[in-house]
Design a protein around this ligand. Sequence first.
Ligand SMILES: [Zn+2]
Ligand SMILES: [Zn+2]
Length: 107
Amino acid sequence: MNTEIQEILPYNVMNRYFSVTKTGLAQCHICSYYVLGNIEILRAHLEDYHPYIAIKIQQSIKCTRLSQYYTLVTDYEARCSFCKEIIDIFEGISGLINHYMSHYVSK
Ligand SMILES: [Zn+2]
Ligand SMILES: [Zn+2]
């Protein structure tokens, strides 16, 4: 049993890409492989096997207005120019937009 992943995954950005089975294995939505391990291992799976996800998101940041609001600090991290918070690129474009919008709806 790997209860840690069962508890963490539903609230983690990786839940976009993996669903967890009753036995604690995470199944990749893209290649259907089962991955055993923690969030870091799931992330490493995406980086190793599906690097185009990050590339696609990086390109979208560069090609859209999001580039005004985010600076890529690493291949997998973007910094918000309002609050300087680092956003995980695997949040996807919708995650970046949601974060950006939160600056307007919160206060
Ligand atoms: Zn996969
Ligand atoms: Zn921000």
